[in-house]
Design a binder for this molecule. Structure first.
Ligand code: MD3
Ligand code: FE
Length: 200
C-alpha cells in the first residue's frame, strides 16, 4: 500500500485488504456486544452525531459532567480488551511507541460528522495516535496546531490507516462528512473509525 505524508500525518492507503478489514469488523462485533455504542452528550447538552464505544483500559466519554477518559462504559462495565488484530496494526506502524491503552470506536451514520478539534486529554503528546478507517469513505480535514489558518482535506477509505505523531499530534482535525454507500464492508451505510491512543 502506498504511504502519503501530509502535514506530518502519515497515511497508508489500503493498508488492510478486504479480508483483514472483515476480520477487524468481526472482532469489533464482539467488543460492541459487551460495550454497546452510545450517542454521547457534550457538557453543553448537545448530542454528538457520532456514536461511540471503546476497548482497552480506558474509553473516552462525554456527558453533562464533562469529557474525560473512564475505565468503565456508561453502563458501568469495564471496556473489553483491545482485539489482537487491532493491536497488531499499531505494533506494525507505531514504531517505538508504548502499547495503546485506549481504542476508541467511532461510528458515523450517513449524517454524522466530527467538528475540528485537538486531541489533548492524554498525558504524553510524544506518543502517537493511530486511526483505522472501515466502511464508507470519510472526508478528513487537517489543520494546524492553532485554531484557524489553512486546512487540507482528504477522503479516507476503508482499509486506510493514519498515524499522527510528532508535529501532527496536536493539529486540529475532524470529519466533515461521509459518503454513504461507498463501501460494502458493513451491512448498513456508515463508517467506523478506530482511534488508538496512549492515555496515561
Ligand atoms: C490527529 N476521530 O476520535 S481519526 C477522534 O475519523 C477523531 O473518527 C476522527 O478525531 C475519526 O478524536 C479522525 C484521525 C485522527 C485521530 C486522532 C488524531 C487524527 C488525529 C489525534 C491527533 C491529531
Ligand atoms: Fe481527534
Amino acid at each position: 500500500s502506498d504511504v502519503l505524508d501530509i502535514r506530518g500525518f502519515r497515511i497508508w492507503r489500503g493498508y488492510l485488504d478486504r479480508a483483514a478489514q472483515a476480520a477487524l469488523v468481526d472482532a469489533l462485533r464482539d467488543v460492541l456486544r459487551q460495550a454497546p455504542l452510545v450517542q454521547p452528550v457534550t457538557p453543553s447538552g448537545r448530542k454528538m452525531s457520532v456514536r461511540m464505544s471503546a476497548a482497552g483500559r480506558f474509553g473516552w466519554i462525554t456527558d453533562r459532567k464533562g469529557y474525560r477518559y473512564s475505565e468503565t462504559h456508561p453502563s458501568g462495565v469495564s471496556w473489553p480488551p483491545i482485539p489482537d488484530s487491532v493491536l497488531a496494526v499499531w505494533r506494525a506502524l507505531a514504531g517505538a511507541a508504548r502499547d495503546p491503552d485506549c481504542c476508541l470506536i467511532n461510528w458515523y451514520g450517513p449524517e454524522a460528522r466530527m467538528g475540528l478539534h485537538q486531541d489533548r486529554d492524554e498525558a504524553d503528546f510524544t506518543q502517537p495516535v493511530l486511526s483505522i478507517s472501515l466502511g464508507d469513505d470519510g472526508l478528513f480535514r487537517m489543520g494546524n496546531a492553532e485554531r484557524g489558518g489553512r486546512t487540507e482535506s482528504i477522503w479516507l477509505q476503508s482499509g486506510d490507516v493514519v498515524l499522527m505523531g510528532g508535529d501532527a499530534r496536536l493539529r486540529y482535525h475532524g470529519i466533515d462528512r461521509i459518503r454513504p454507500g461507498s463501501s460494502t464492508l458493513l451491512d448498513a451505510p456508515g463508517r467506523i473509525n478506530l482511534t488508538l491512543r496512549v492515555v496515561t
